[in-house]
Write a protein that binds this ligand. Structure first.
Ligand code: KIV
Length: 262
């Protein structure tokens, strides 16, 4: 997969499927199943590390996780999230961190939250050859400013700013934009207004593609069920059942059997 192919998919009206991944084993399965893009999201902070927010994860931790996903990806384009604090301080620091992430992890592109306020860093990255995916709407790195994970851009003024930001990101050369948790009608408007592919999460079905957090859509993260999430499997139950059978088999000495012994 390439950024040019993704643009072609938008032009052809072919939907783009993206999922998060954080490790080699699951990313191999997801890639084999035909995903177009793998996102090593900073949601790793929640899913992998058990933090409440995405804020604590570091550049080096993102690189560590991304390396495994890159080794797994035979087909998909791998995007690594730039974590909180790695691009907000200055354009120069942002560019330095983007280069470090690309060089050390081997990923194909980075994703950055925000619009006009981070545009200088994004422009500079794109100029030196770093493919950048934008991220607007509910940007989890701003959770403390938003005061939670509620729907964004309900009000006209925020919706207009989002549309303006999306056009700026598109003009700057972002190869794609993620729209998170905004009204479907606004996401449809943005999708029609920009030339790059728009990938939605909780943004309706008029976007050029969709992204979900892998552990959420597999039902591994059992406590989390926002309206936009569909469980495509119930692996949480499957894991618990398998582990409880294993525990019983160990306790009653039925595992390992003679056939399972040397
Ligand atoms: O970190 C992440 O998983 C993301 C997706 C929710 C788009 O940014």
């Amino acid at each position: 997969m390439t950024t040019a192919k993704l643009r072609q998919m938008k032009a052809n009206g072919e939907k783009i499927a993206m999922l998060t991944s954080y490790d080699f084993t699951l990313a191999s399965l997801v890639d084999e199943a035909g995903i177009d893009m793998l996102l090593v999201g900073d949601s790793a902070s929640n899913v992998v590390c058990g933090n409440q927010y995405t804020l604590p994860i570091t550049v080096d931790e993102m690189i560590f996780l991304t390396k495994g996903v890159v080794r797994a990806a035979q087909h998909a384009l791998v995007v690594c999230d730039m974590p909180f604090g790695s691009y907000q301080v200055s354009e120069e620091e942002g560019v330095r961190n983007a280069i470090k992430i690309l060089k050390e992890s081997g990923c194909d592109a980075v994703k950055i939250e925000g619009g006009e306020e981070v545009l200088p860093a994004i422009r500079h990255m794109i100029q030196i050859g770093v493919p950048v995916m934008g991220h607007l709407g509910l940007t989890p790195q701003s959770v403390n400013q938003f005061g939670g994970y509620g729907l964004r851009a309900k009000e006209e003024s925020e919706a207009e700013k989002l549309l303006h930001d999306a056009k700026l990101l598109d003009e700057a050369g972002c190869f794609a934009i993620t729209l998170e948790k905004i009204p479907a009608a606004l996401a449809a408007r943005v999708t029609k207004s920009v030339s790059c592919p728009v990938i939605g999460i909780g943004a309706g079905n008029q976007c050029d593609g969709q992204v979900l957090v892998l552990h959420d859509m597999l039902g591994l993260n059992q406590g989390f069920k926002p309206k936009f999430l569909r469980h495509f499997a119930n692996l949480g139950e499957a894991v618990k059942n398998a582990v409880s059978e294993y525990v019983s088999a160990v306790k009653d000495s039925s595992f390992p059997s003679a056939e399972e012994s040397y």
